[in-house]
Design a protein around this ligand. Structure first.
Ligand SMILES: C[S@@+](CC[C@H](N)C(=O)[O-])C[C@H]1O[C@@H](n2cnc3c(N)ncnc32)[C@H](O)[C@@H]1O
Length: 255
């Protein structure tokens, strides 16, 4: 099923949690000069226009990124600085998603692989994300992730940001991480998941916590005013970079 389009949700509170955490991870990983690989299984379209009809239909960014900017909650953070720079360079109301954040923070020597299955999202990705170090894949991210890992260079990060349109996706994501970790034990694996009233995420989180993975970081945020729909946002990171947990925990305080 491919009916989800991230443009309706771009810049919402979950994106703030996810994208600020991603910026923090990339900032840590690029402290060493050694090149790295960035892979993403569910890339979306790279950049989102917050003044588009779709984004204005839900106005989710108004309660998320835009509100935090107004309240100055995120001033000084690399995520805020990056989003501001991208808006200045590309145009008013442009919000960078994960793929474009990676493009902006990584170096020409790093290698980027973006996977996206939806034909329209892939088309947009193809339009905006053509850079010499970036490889675009119109394919299933789970299949592609396993085929491309361990990547070259071996040092690196893989981002898993599914749309969770079906209940089985939680189990699929957990199994994917366990398989991938076996193939690429040193890889940083970054998973985002939604917290819903039905708490579908719980069995996925338990499975990963009980799997005996050597280094696992988990963080969950509840959105203060949410009563229905998306109640919160969660991330799981296997092999978080040294000391990144301190800064990842600081992000939680924004909510
Ligand atoms: C939550 S959105 C991604 C948002 C993006 N990571 C960001 O932060 O800007 C999930 C994306 O996964 C795509 N998708 C769904 N199933 C997929 C699959 N099996 N393989 C690759 N992409 C998939 C959807 O079309 C959608 O664009």
């Amino acid at each position: 099923m491919l009916s989800y389009q991230h443009i309706y949700h771009a810049g919402n509170l979950a994106d703030v949690h996810k994208h600020a955490s991603l910026c923090t991870l990339l900032q840590h990983l690029t402290r060493k000069e050694k090149p790295l690989s960035y892979l993403e299984t569910h890339a979306g379209r790279g950049i989102y226009d917050l003044s588009s009809e779709e984004a204005l239909k839900t106005k989710e960014a108004e309660q998320g990124f835009l509100k935090m900017v107004k309240n100055q909650k995120i001033s000084g953070h690399i995520y805020f600085e990056l989003e501001q720079r991208i808006e200045k360079e590309i145009g008013d109301n442009i919000y960078a998603g994960s793929a474009f954040i990676a493009e902006a923070l990584l170096r020409p020597t790093d290698s980027i692989h973006l996977m996206e299955l939806h034909p329209r999202e892939y088309q947009a990705l193809y339009q905006f994300m053509r850079y010499p170090n970036t490889h675009l894949h119109h394919r299933d991210g789970y299949e592609g992730g396993l085929a491309l890992c361990p990547p070259h260079p071996r040092r690196g990060i893989l981002v898993i940001d599914p749309s969770f349109e079906v209940k089985t996706e939680y189990d699929k994501a957990a199994n994917f991480i366990l398989k991938l970790h076996k193939k690429w034990p040193e890889g940083v694996l970054f998973l985002w998941y939604p917290v819903l009233k039905e708490a579908y995420h719980q069995s996925m989180v338990e499975k990963l916590l009980k799997a005996g993975l050597p280094k696992l970081y988990q963080s969950e945020i509840r959105f203060p005013k949410a009563k229905t729909g998306l109640l919160g946002s969660g991330i799981i990171i296997i092999n978080p970079p040294y000391q990144s947990e301190i800064e990842l925990n600081d992000i939680k305080k924004w909510f």
